[in-house]
Design a protein around this ligand. Structure first.
Ligand code: NCD
Length: 331
């Protein structure tokens, strides 16, 4: 089947988001708009009444084909704070497991006049496929697909960096660990290069940090000390064993010894470097507890920022989708 370019598919005729599938190809202006909008929602989260009516009357369906707690709950909170009606579809217990095809399930949800699907799937490209072939009038938000992309995670990471460092220019960022299986690292690379950081280093063993990432603009580093030298931001990633086909590592303790972020290895970065992690964290495998809970850690700020970023993305995509439909209706 012919596949259109997700970069074009996610924009309407005015160049605004109508889906949110990938950061690849999105302009610095759009990324900055997401961050600025998220910033305004952040201050709202501190007030006693946390709701705005931007998605009032809209139905948002959380479609998670793969496990998640943080991402699913923060999407749910974001949609609720925008006043949408939210349905969480548990795929395990849905009709799909009674033999109904995914396409039929989606068509039924569309017939219930859903306006937005938030999709997580273990297959790369699944949200794009749904946007293109199944439900073109529903805004599709990618909540993580296979190894391909996790655009809202990368944008909440960008918000966290901007709030702590003020700007992107001149920053050196190290992403450490299992890059090979990480949709987060791929989306971060797009965001960081578009927003204009000085350097993105991908750090880890040869089996988990293949050289081809250099073609996408990352500096490849197989030594932790060199990788952390003089960096402003450290992003630690977990070993994503569920996506590993074979044994790519000698052992977890060996990995920790060579690439774990401990108090000692953290000292190789700039003294004011921040430590980030998308979660779930594995203490004593990629990060020491005292670092995860330490002063330089902003891991829980990332979670809070995730709600604001998701509110920004949902509201932008919904308005772009509505404009696209109005235009089609008027033609
Ligand atoms: C990430 C994911 O699902 O890709 N986690 C997340 O969204 N919070 C990273 C991971 O699973 O390691």
């Amino acid at each position: 089947m012919m596949r259109s370019d997700p970069r074009a598919l996610q924009l309407n005729d005015q160049g605004q988001l109508k889906h949110f599938l990938t950061l690849d190809g999105l302009s610095k202006n759009i990324l900055t708009e997401i961050l600025d909008r998220a910033e305004s929602f952040l201050s709202m989260g501190e007030q006693s009444v946390k709701k705005v009516p931007l998605l009032r009357g809209k139905t948002v369906v959380n479609l998670f084909f793969e496990n998640s707690t943080r991402t699913r709950t923060t999407f749910e909170l974001a949609a609720k704070r925008l006043s949408a009606d939210v349905i969480n579809l548990n795929i395990e217990t849905s009709a799909t497991s009674k033999g109904e095809s995914l396409l039929d399930t989606l068509k039924n949800l569309e017939a219930m006049q859903s306006d937005m699907f938030i999709v997580r799937h273990s297959d790369s490209g699944a949200p794009h496929f749904i946007a293109e072939h199944c439900t073109p009038n529903v805004a599709i938000i990618n909540a993580g697909d296979g190894r391909h992309a996790h655009p809202t995670q990368a944008m909440l990471d960008m918000l966290t960096i901007r709030r702590h460092k003020g700007q992107f220019e001149g920053l050196k960022v190290a992403v450490v660990g299992d890059i090979l299986h990480s949709r987060v690292a791929r989306s971060q690379l797009h965001a960081l290069t578009t927003l204009g950081v000085e350097e993105v280093r991908f750090v880890g063993p040869k089996t988990l940090v293949p050289e081809y990432f250099a073609e996408l603009g990352a500096t490849i580093c197989h030594d932790l000390r060199a990788g952390l030298d003089d960096v402003d931001v450290i992003v630690m990633l977990r070993l994503q064993k569920e996506r590993m086909a074979g044994a790519l590592l000698p052992s977890e303790s060996e990995f920790y010894r060579l690439y774990g972020l401990t108090k000692e290895s953290l000292a190789w970065a700039k003294p004011d470097a921040i430590v980030m992690h998308p979660g779930p964290i594995n203490r004593g495998v990629e990060i020491a507890s005292e670092v995860a809970d330490g002063e330089q850690s902003v891991i829980l700020n990332q979670v809070t920022n995730g709600i604001a970023v998701r509110m920004a993305v949902l509201s932008m995509a919904m308005s772009g989708q509505m404009q696209a439909q109005q235009q089609e209706g008027g033609e």
